[in-house]
Design a protein around this ligand. Structure first.
Ligand SMILES: [Fe+2]
Ligand SMILES: [Fe+2]
Length: 242
């Protein structure tokens, strides 16, 4: 397996691995994001079995040992399966996550003590600033959260907007239609009454780039895409409860 590396915003690298056997014939991507700064951050560690490929890709940009922060959307194998491999490769790295993730899973599962991020807390990476936002159960996982990098306006939005296929690294095309189709296919979201409001809350950040874990990154009116996604989840909820 190989992972492709593309800079999708200034100092934000998308490291993408494509697995053709998942959801064939389209296949499926797993994307990991490296945010450069005095204290470099990796968002999504990747699956444990993907670690050699993701590490090799990261090391085309910077030595793995320089990583300072490891963060991810929620506790699940594709988001954080190789967390401890990264902690071993980067002796100064710490895992950071919301209070729920740390208390429910990471205090036990991480080989070094994780840092708790409060909702809306900003971490200064030196040249980049990431704001952590709790999004419980959205799209799934009690511990779910996202990061917004404020200098580039990049929302590291995890599993939101998941789509199948191996598209370009960065697109300005429609990402809402493919996300609706993937939701119909996988039913991966934990449909709940807070979805629309929480996703609209992220729209208030007005991100110019959306960094999807499964799909191309998007450059454009991130708020409009988030509003359209929120509207579709409201529609699903109405349908489910009608
Ligand atoms: Fe997930
Ligand atoms: Fe994921």
């Amino acid at each position: 397996m190989e992972a492709k590396v593309d800079e999708i915003a200034d100092g934000v690298y998308r490291i993408s691995a494509y697995l053709p056997d998942i959801a064939p014939p389209a296949g499926f991507t797993f994307n990991h994001f490296l945010v450069l700064g005095d204290e470099p951050l990796l968002f999504h560690t990747g699956l444990r079995r993907m670690f050699p490929a993701v590490r090799a890709a990261v090391e085309t940009v910077l030595p793995a040992a320089r990583l300072r922060w490891i963060c991810f959307g929620h506790y699940e194998a594709d988001e954080c399966g190789s967390m401890n491999e990264w902690l071993a490769a980067a002796p100064h790295a710490e895992v950071m996550h919301g209070a729920t993730g740390v208390m429910v899973s990471l205090n036990d599962m991480a080989d070094r003590p994780p840092r708790i991020l409060a909702n809306d807390e900003v971490v200064d990476l030196g040249g980049k600033r990431v704001r952590y936002i709790d999004t419980p159960h959205i799209p799934h996982g009690w511990d779910a959260g996202v990061l917004h990098e404020e200098n580039t306006g990049t929302l590291l939005c995890g599993d939101l907007f998941t789509q199948v296929g191996d598209g370009p690294a960065l697109t300005s095309g429609d990402i809402v239609g493919p996300a609706i189709a993937a939701e119909d296919l996988f039913r991966y979201s934990s449909l709940n009454p807070g979805m629309g409001a929480t996703i609209r809350g992220l729209a208030s950040l007005a991100p110019g780039t959306l960094a999807l874990m499964h799909g191309p990154s998007y450059s454009g009116d991130g708020a409009a895409a988030l509003h359209a996604l929120a509207d579709d989840y409201d529609r699903r909820l109405r349908q489910a409860t009608a």
